[in-house]
Design a protein around this ligand. Structure first.
Ligand SMILES: NC(=O)c1ccc[n+]([C@@H]2O[C@H](COP(=O)([O-])OP(=O)(O)OC[C@H]3O[C@@H](n4cnc5c(N)ncnc54)[C@H](O)[C@@H]3O)[C@@H](O)[C@H]2O)c1
Length: 360
Protein backbone atom coordinates (compact mmCIF):
# COMPACT_ATOMS: atom_id res chain seq x y z
CA UNK A 1 0.00 0.00 0.00
CA UNK A 2 1.18 3.51 -0.83
CA UNK A 3 2.15 5.86 1.99
CA UNK A 4 -0.35 8.72 2.32
CA UNK A 5 0.91 12.20 1.40
CA UNK A 6 1.36 14.26 4.57
CA UNK A 7 -0.21 17.71 4.14
CA UNK A 8 -0.25 20.91 6.20
CA UNK A 9 -2.40 24.01 5.60
CA UNK A 10 -1.18 27.48 6.55
CA UNK A 11 -3.89 30.14 6.94
CA UNK A 12 -7.18 29.06 8.50
CA UNK A 13 -9.33 32.17 8.01
CA UNK A 14 -12.23 32.17 5.54
CA UNK A 15 -10.87 29.91 2.77
CA UNK A 16 -8.31 27.75 4.61
CA UNK A 17 -10.99 25.69 6.42
CA UNK A 18 -12.40 24.61 3.03
CA UNK A 19 -8.96 23.30 2.07
CA UNK A 20 -8.62 21.61 5.47
CA UNK A 21 -12.02 19.91 5.06
CA UNK A 22 -11.18 18.69 1.57
CA UNK A 23 -7.70 17.36 2.34
CA UNK A 24 -9.17 15.71 5.44
CA UNK A 25 -11.65 13.87 3.25
CA UNK A 26 -9.35 12.67 0.46
CA UNK A 27 -8.16 9.08 0.52
CA UNK A 28 -4.52 9.31 -0.55
CA UNK A 29 -3.44 11.89 1.99
CA UNK A 30 -3.18 12.56 5.68
CA UNK A 31 -3.80 16.09 6.93
CA UNK A 32 -1.18 16.38 9.63
CA UNK A 33 -0.98 20.10 10.52
CA UNK A 34 -2.87 23.40 10.48
CA UNK A 35 -1.05 26.67 11.05
CA UNK A 36 -2.38 30.16 11.73
CA UNK A 37 -0.90 33.15 13.53
CA UNK A 38 -4.28 33.62 15.23
CA UNK A 39 -4.75 31.51 18.38
CA UNK A 40 -8.50 32.08 18.12
CA UNK A 41 -8.67 30.58 14.60
CA UNK A 42 -6.55 27.61 15.68
CA UNK A 43 -8.79 26.99 18.70
CA UNK A 44 -11.81 26.96 16.42
CA UNK A 45 -10.14 24.63 13.91
CA UNK A 46 -8.94 22.31 16.68
CA UNK A 47 -12.51 22.05 17.96
CA UNK A 48 -13.50 20.75 14.52
CA UNK A 49 -10.41 18.61 13.83
CA UNK A 50 -9.04 17.48 17.17
CA UNK A 51 -6.77 14.89 15.52
CA UNK A 52 -4.90 17.49 13.41
CA UNK A 53 -2.01 19.27 15.10
CA UNK A 54 -2.52 23.06 15.28
CA UNK A 55 0.40 25.50 15.50
CA UNK A 56 1.17 29.20 15.23
CA UNK A 57 4.81 28.71 14.21
CA UNK A 58 5.17 28.14 10.45
CA UNK A 59 8.83 27.12 10.82
CA UNK A 60 7.75 24.33 13.13
CA UNK A 61 5.15 23.20 10.59
CA UNK A 62 7.81 23.16 7.86
CA UNK A 63 10.56 21.45 9.79
CA UNK A 64 9.03 19.75 12.78
CA UNK A 65 6.20 17.47 11.64
CA UNK A 66 7.54 15.66 8.56
CA UNK A 67 5.22 17.07 5.90
CA UNK A 68 5.39 16.24 2.18
CA UNK A 69 3.20 19.13 1.06
CA UNK A 70 2.09 22.58 2.18
CA UNK A 71 -1.02 24.52 1.20
CA UNK A 72 -0.79 28.31 1.48
CA UNK A 73 -4.14 29.99 2.26
CA UNK A 74 -2.90 33.10 4.05
CA UNK A 75 -3.52 36.65 2.70
CA UNK A 76 -1.90 37.35 -0.69
CA UNK A 77 0.84 39.58 0.74
CA UNK A 78 2.21 36.51 2.60
CA UNK A 79 2.01 34.04 -0.32
CA UNK A 80 5.54 34.68 -1.55
CA UNK A 81 7.39 34.38 1.78
CA UNK A 82 5.40 31.34 2.97
CA UNK A 83 5.60 29.54 -0.38
CA UNK A 84 9.29 30.35 -0.78
CA UNK A 85 10.09 28.86 2.63
CA UNK A 86 7.97 25.82 1.83
CA UNK A 87 9.61 25.22 -1.57
CA UNK A 88 13.10 25.78 -0.17
CA UNK A 89 12.43 23.12 2.45
CA UNK A 90 11.56 20.70 -0.37
CA UNK A 91 7.79 20.62 0.12
CA UNK A 92 5.30 20.33 -2.73
CA UNK A 93 3.35 23.58 -2.52
CA UNK A 94 -0.17 24.62 -3.43
CA UNK A 95 -0.68 28.39 -3.27
CA UNK A 96 -4.09 30.00 -3.27
CA UNK A 97 -4.86 32.50 -6.03
CA UNK A 98 -3.35 34.90 -6.97
CA UNK A 99 0.02 33.18 -6.77
CA UNK A 100 1.95 36.19 -5.37
CA UNK A 101 2.02 39.98 -5.30
CA UNK A 102 4.29 40.44 -8.34
CA UNK A 103 5.47 38.55 -11.41
CA UNK A 104 9.08 38.76 -10.13
CA UNK A 105 8.00 36.85 -7.02
CA UNK A 106 6.18 34.26 -9.17
CA UNK A 107 9.26 33.77 -11.36
CA UNK A 108 11.43 33.19 -8.30
CA UNK A 109 8.99 30.63 -6.87
CA UNK A 110 8.86 28.79 -10.22
CA UNK A 111 12.64 28.68 -10.31
CA UNK A 112 12.93 27.33 -6.74
CA UNK A 113 10.29 24.66 -7.40
CA UNK A 114 12.09 23.55 -10.57
CA UNK A 115 15.46 23.50 -8.83
CA UNK A 116 14.10 21.42 -5.95
CA UNK A 117 12.03 19.12 -8.16
CA UNK A 118 8.78 19.70 -6.30
CA UNK A 119 5.24 20.36 -7.50
CA UNK A 120 4.16 23.99 -7.50
CA UNK A 121 0.45 24.49 -8.07
CA UNK A 122 -1.81 27.55 -7.88
CA UNK A 123 -5.44 27.40 -6.74
CA UNK A 124 -7.25 28.55 -9.86
CA UNK A 125 -10.25 26.73 -8.48
CA UNK A 126 -12.73 27.36 -11.29
CA UNK A 127 -10.65 25.41 -13.79
CA UNK A 128 -11.48 22.34 -11.70
CA UNK A 129 -15.22 23.03 -11.76
CA UNK A 130 -17.48 20.85 -13.88
CA UNK A 131 -19.30 23.76 -15.63
CA UNK A 132 -16.04 25.40 -16.72
CA UNK A 133 -14.65 22.08 -17.91
CA UNK A 134 -17.88 21.59 -19.87
CA UNK A 135 -17.59 25.05 -21.43
CA UNK A 136 -13.99 24.37 -22.50
CA UNK A 137 -15.13 21.05 -24.00
CA UNK A 138 -17.95 22.74 -25.94
CA UNK A 139 -15.65 25.48 -27.24
CA UNK A 140 -12.92 23.03 -28.22
CA UNK A 141 -15.45 20.92 -30.11
CA UNK A 142 -16.22 24.00 -32.22
CA UNK A 143 -19.91 23.95 -31.25
CA UNK A 144 -20.23 27.70 -30.79
CA UNK A 145 -18.04 28.70 -33.74
CA UNK A 146 -15.31 31.30 -33.37
CA UNK A 147 -15.46 33.22 -30.11
CA UNK A 148 -16.20 36.91 -30.68
CA UNK A 149 -16.05 38.14 -27.11
CA UNK A 150 -16.52 37.14 -23.46
CA UNK A 151 -18.18 39.22 -20.78
CA UNK A 152 -17.87 38.33 -17.10
CA UNK A 153 -19.42 39.83 -13.97
CA UNK A 154 -18.48 38.88 -10.41
CA UNK A 155 -20.27 41.25 -8.07
CA UNK A 156 -21.43 41.23 -4.45
CA UNK A 157 -21.35 43.21 -1.22
CA UNK A 158 -17.89 42.61 0.32
CA UNK A 159 -15.86 40.79 1.47
CA UNK A 160 -13.60 43.85 1.60
CA UNK A 161 -9.90 42.95 1.61
CA UNK A 162 -7.21 45.09 3.18
CA UNK A 163 -4.13 44.09 1.19
CA UNK A 164 -5.48 43.80 -2.38
CA UNK A 165 -8.08 45.54 -4.52
CA UNK A 166 -11.15 43.86 -5.95
CA UNK A 167 -9.40 43.07 -9.25
CA UNK A 168 -6.71 41.04 -7.47
CA UNK A 169 -9.36 39.42 -5.27
CA UNK A 170 -12.13 38.44 -7.68
CA UNK A 171 -10.87 38.81 -11.26
CA UNK A 172 -8.37 35.89 -11.02
CA UNK A 173 -11.35 33.56 -11.31
CA UNK A 174 -12.61 35.21 -14.50
CA UNK A 175 -9.16 35.64 -16.02
CA UNK A 176 -8.23 32.00 -15.44
CA UNK A 177 -11.48 30.85 -17.08
CA UNK A 178 -11.11 33.26 -20.03
CA UNK A 179 -7.49 32.20 -20.73
CA UNK A 180 -8.51 28.56 -20.61
CA UNK A 181 -11.50 29.08 -22.90
CA UNK A 182 -9.64 31.23 -25.44
CA UNK A 183 -6.33 29.36 -25.11
CA UNK A 184 -4.51 32.63 -25.61
CA UNK A 185 -2.63 35.29 -23.62
CA UNK A 186 -3.94 38.86 -24.04
CA UNK A 187 -1.96 41.50 -25.88
CA UNK A 188 -3.38 44.58 -24.17
CA UNK A 189 -4.99 45.21 -20.77
CA UNK A 190 -7.11 48.21 -19.77
CA UNK A 191 -8.54 48.75 -16.32
CA UNK A 192 -10.63 51.47 -14.73
CA UNK A 193 -11.94 51.56 -11.20
CA UNK A 194 -12.49 53.45 -8.03
CA UNK A 195 -11.91 53.15 -4.28
CA UNK A 196 -15.19 54.20 -2.65
CA UNK A 197 -14.80 52.72 0.83
CA UNK A 198 -11.13 52.13 1.71
CA UNK A 199 -8.80 54.83 0.39
CA UNK A 200 -6.36 53.41 -2.14
CA UNK A 201 -8.05 50.00 -2.45
CA UNK A 202 -10.37 49.90 -5.47
CA UNK A 203 -13.66 48.17 -4.69
CA UNK A 204 -15.07 48.39 -8.24
CA UNK A 205 -13.00 47.65 -11.36
CA UNK A 206 -13.59 47.06 -15.05
CA UNK A 207 -10.87 45.18 -16.90
CA UNK A 208 -10.77 44.65 -20.62
CA UNK A 209 -8.43 42.18 -22.26
CA UNK A 210 -7.64 42.41 -25.96
CA UNK A 211 -6.58 39.23 -27.74
CA UNK A 212 -5.54 38.45 -31.29
CA UNK A 213 -8.09 38.33 -34.15
CA UNK A 214 -10.11 41.23 -32.66
CA UNK A 215 -11.28 39.06 -29.75
CA UNK A 216 -11.74 40.71 -26.39
CA UNK A 217 -13.07 40.07 -22.90
CA UNK A 218 -14.49 42.38 -20.25
CA UNK A 219 -14.44 41.62 -16.55
CA UNK A 220 -16.46 43.60 -14.02
CA UNK A 221 -15.52 43.04 -10.38
CA UNK A 222 -17.20 44.66 -7.39
CA UNK A 223 -17.48 44.48 -3.62
CA UNK A 224 -20.11 47.20 -3.78
CA UNK A 225 -23.21 45.61 -5.25
CA UNK A 226 -26.51 44.79 -3.56
CA UNK A 227 -26.89 41.49 -5.43
CA UNK A 228 -24.47 38.62 -5.80
CA UNK A 229 -23.80 37.98 -9.49
CA UNK A 230 -21.51 35.35 -11.02
CA UNK A 231 -22.21 35.43 -14.71
CA UNK A 232 -20.19 34.92 -17.86
CA UNK A 233 -21.39 35.19 -21.46
CA UNK A 234 -19.36 33.67 -24.26
CA UNK A 235 -20.44 34.92 -27.66
CA UNK A 236 -19.53 32.75 -30.61
CA UNK A 237 -20.22 33.16 -34.30
CA UNK A 238 -22.69 30.24 -34.26
CA UNK A 239 -23.96 30.00 -30.69
CA UNK A 240 -23.67 31.73 -27.33
CA UNK A 241 -23.14 30.35 -23.84
CA UNK A 242 -24.40 31.89 -20.61
CA UNK A 243 -22.76 30.50 -17.48
CA UNK A 244 -24.47 31.44 -14.23
CA UNK A 245 -22.54 29.94 -11.36
CA UNK A 246 -25.29 30.78 -8.87
CA UNK A 247 -27.79 28.48 -10.58
CA UNK A 248 -28.09 25.23 -8.68
CA UNK A 249 -28.56 22.74 -11.50
CA UNK A 250 -28.68 24.65 -14.78
CA UNK A 251 -25.42 26.55 -14.66
CA UNK A 252 -24.81 26.54 -18.43
CA UNK A 253 -27.25 27.47 -21.17
CA UNK A 254 -26.27 27.26 -24.81
CA UNK A 255 -28.31 29.60 -26.97
CA UNK A 256 -28.58 28.64 -30.60
CA UNK A 257 -28.76 32.28 -31.69
CA UNK A 258 -26.68 34.34 -34.04
CA UNK A 259 -26.83 37.29 -36.33
CA UNK A 260 -25.28 37.48 -39.80
CA UNK A 261 -24.76 40.30 -42.25
CA UNK A 262 -25.54 39.56 -45.89
CA UNK A 263 -22.33 39.04 -47.81
CA UNK A 264 -23.56 41.06 -50.83
CA UNK A 265 -26.37 43.52 -51.38
CA UNK A 266 -27.06 46.00 -54.16
CA UNK A 267 -29.33 48.57 -52.56
CA UNK A 268 -29.92 49.57 -48.97
CA UNK A 269 -33.39 48.03 -49.29
CA UNK A 270 -31.75 44.65 -49.93
CA UNK A 271 -29.71 44.94 -46.75
CA UNK A 272 -31.12 42.85 -43.90
CA UNK A 273 -29.40 41.40 -40.91
CA UNK A 274 -30.25 37.76 -40.63
CA UNK A 275 -31.25 36.83 -37.09
CA UNK A 276 -31.34 33.20 -36.13
CA UNK A 277 -33.34 32.16 -33.06
CA UNK A 278 -32.98 28.49 -32.21
CA UNK A 279 -33.28 26.30 -29.16
CA UNK A 280 -31.75 26.76 -25.76
CA UNK A 281 -29.85 23.71 -24.61
CA UNK A 282 -28.95 22.99 -20.98
CA UNK A 283 -26.25 20.31 -20.71
CA UNK A 284 -26.30 17.94 -17.77
CA UNK A 285 -23.47 18.67 -15.36
CA UNK A 286 -22.59 16.35 -12.52
CA UNK A 287 -22.45 18.21 -9.22
CA UNK A 288 -19.05 18.06 -7.54
CA UNK A 289 -17.05 20.42 -5.38
CA UNK A 290 -14.39 22.14 -7.55
CA UNK A 291 -12.07 22.53 -4.56
CA UNK A 292 -12.13 18.79 -3.95
CA UNK A 293 -11.09 18.19 -7.58
CA UNK A 294 -8.34 20.82 -7.18
CA UNK A 295 -6.98 19.20 -4.00
CA UNK A 296 -7.14 15.74 -5.60
CA UNK A 297 -5.27 17.05 -8.65
CA UNK A 298 -2.51 18.41 -6.39
CA UNK A 299 -2.11 15.00 -4.73
CA UNK A 300 -2.18 13.22 -8.11
CA UNK A 301 0.54 15.52 -9.48
CA UNK A 302 2.70 14.79 -6.42
CA UNK A 303 2.19 11.06 -6.80
CA UNK A 304 2.88 11.00 -10.54
CA UNK A 305 5.45 13.79 -10.67
CA UNK A 306 3.17 15.51 -13.19
CA UNK A 307 2.83 19.17 -14.11
CA UNK A 308 -0.43 20.64 -12.74
CA UNK A 309 -3.12 22.11 -14.96
CA UNK A 310 -2.64 25.32 -12.96
CA UNK A 311 1.08 25.35 -12.19
CA UNK A 312 3.55 28.16 -11.61
CA UNK A 313 3.47 29.38 -15.23
CA UNK A 314 -0.30 29.73 -15.17
CA UNK A 315 -0.02 31.56 -11.83
CA UNK A 316 2.59 33.87 -13.37
CA UNK A 317 0.42 34.54 -16.44
CA UNK A 318 -2.42 35.63 -14.22
CA UNK A 319 -0.26 37.88 -12.03
CA UNK A 320 1.21 39.53 -15.15
CA UNK A 321 -2.32 40.44 -16.24
CA UNK A 322 -3.20 41.75 -12.75
CA UNK A 323 -0.02 43.84 -12.72
CA UNK A 324 -0.94 45.27 -16.11
CA UNK A 325 -4.44 46.01 -14.77
CA UNK A 326 -2.92 47.87 -11.80
CA UNK A 327 -0.66 49.88 -14.11
CA UNK A 328 -3.63 50.76 -16.31
CA UNK A 329 -5.67 51.77 -13.24
CA UNK A 330 -2.93 54.20 -12.30
CA UNK A 331 -3.07 55.58 -15.85
CA UNK A 332 -6.89 56.02 -15.68
CA UNK A 333 -7.55 53.12 -18.00
CA UNK A 334 -4.70 53.65 -20.44
CA UNK A 335 -3.79 50.54 -22.45
CA UNK A 336 -0.92 48.43 -21.12
CA UNK A 337 0.74 46.16 -23.64
CA UNK A 338 1.91 42.80 -22.43
CA UNK A 339 5.28 41.76 -23.66
CA UNK A 340 6.47 38.33 -24.56
CA UNK A 341 8.01 36.49 -21.64
CA UNK A 342 11.27 34.95 -22.90
CA UNK A 343 11.96 31.38 -22.02
CA UNK A 344 8.53 30.69 -20.61
CA UNK A 345 6.57 28.59 -23.03
CA UNK A 346 2.90 29.22 -23.30
CA UNK A 347 2.88 32.82 -22.24
CA UNK A 348 2.48 34.65 -25.53
CA UNK A 349 0.16 32.40 -27.44
CA UNK A 350 -0.66 28.86 -26.63
CA UNK A 351 -2.99 26.37 -28.07
CA UNK A 352 -5.91 25.30 -25.92
CA UNK A 353 -4.65 22.83 -23.41
CA UNK A 354 -5.99 19.31 -23.65
CA UNK A 355 -8.98 18.87 -21.41
CA UNK A 356 -8.05 15.34 -20.52
CA UNK A 357 -6.98 15.48 -16.89
CA UNK A 358 -8.27 12.63 -14.86
CA UNK A 359 -10.14 14.68 -12.30
CA UNK A 360 -12.26 12.70 -9.91
N1 LIG B 1 -9.86 29.73 -4.62
C1 LIG B 1 -10.86 30.45 -4.14
O1 LIG B 1 -11.99 30.37 -4.61
C2 LIG B 1 -10.60 31.40 -2.99
C3 LIG B 1 -11.66 31.95 -2.28
C4 LIG B 1 -11.40 32.81 -1.23
C5 LIG B 1 -10.09 33.13 -0.90
N2 LIG B 1 -9.07 32.59 -1.62
C6 LIG B 1 -7.68 32.90 -1.29
O2 LIG B 1 -7.36 32.30 -0.06
C7 LIG B 1 -6.39 33.10 0.62
C8 LIG B 1 -6.89 33.44 2.01
O3 LIG B 1 -8.03 34.24 1.89
P1 LIG B 1 -9.07 34.36 3.09
O4 LIG B 1 -10.24 35.07 2.53
O5 LIG B 1 -9.24 33.05 3.75
O6 LIG B 1 -8.28 35.35 4.08
P2 LIG B 1 -8.53 35.54 5.64
O7 LIG B 1 -7.94 36.85 5.98
O8 LIG B 1 -9.95 35.27 5.99
O9 LIG B 1 -7.68 34.39 6.32
C9 LIG B 1 -6.27 34.38 6.31
C10 LIG B 1 -5.79 33.65 7.55
O10 LIG B 1 -4.37 33.58 7.47
C11 LIG B 1 -3.82 33.86 8.77
N3 LIG B 1 -2.47 34.36 8.58
C12 LIG B 1 -2.08 35.59 8.18
N4 LIG B 1 -0.73 35.63 8.09
C13 LIG B 1 -0.26 34.41 8.42
C14 LIG B 1 1.03 33.85 8.52
N5 LIG B 1 2.11 34.56 8.23
N6 LIG B 1 1.14 32.56 8.93
C15 LIG B 1 0.05 31.85 9.23
N7 LIG B 1 -1.21 32.33 9.17
C16 LIG B 1 -1.37 33.59 8.75
C17 LIG B 1 -4.77 34.88 9.39
O11 LIG B 1 -4.70 34.87 10.79
C18 LIG B 1 -6.13 34.37 8.86
O12 LIG B 1 -6.73 33.47 9.75
C19 LIG B 1 -6.15 34.32 -0.26
O13 LIG B 1 -5.05 34.08 -1.07
C20 LIG B 1 -7.39 34.38 -1.13
O14 LIG B 1 -7.18 35.01 -2.37
C21 LIG B 1 -9.31 31.71 -2.63
Amino acid sequence: MKEPILVGVVGCGYWGPNLVRNFKGLPNCHLRAMCDVSEARLKHMSSLYSDVEGMTDFDHMLNGVGLDAVVVAAPVKHHYSLAKASLLSGKHTLIEKPMASSSAQCEELIEIAERNGVVLMVGHTFLYSAPVRKIVEIVQAGDIGEIRYINSRRLNLGLFQKDINVAWDLAPHDISIILQVLGEFPRVVNCQGNAHVTPGIEDVTNISLTFGHKRFATIQSSWLEPRKIREMTIVGTRRMIVYDDLETNEKIRIYDVRVDRPAHYDTFADFHYSYHYGDIYIPYIKQEEPLRAECQHFLDCIEKGARPLTGGNEGLELVKILEAASASLKGHGAPVTLSRSPGRPGLESRSIRPNSLALT
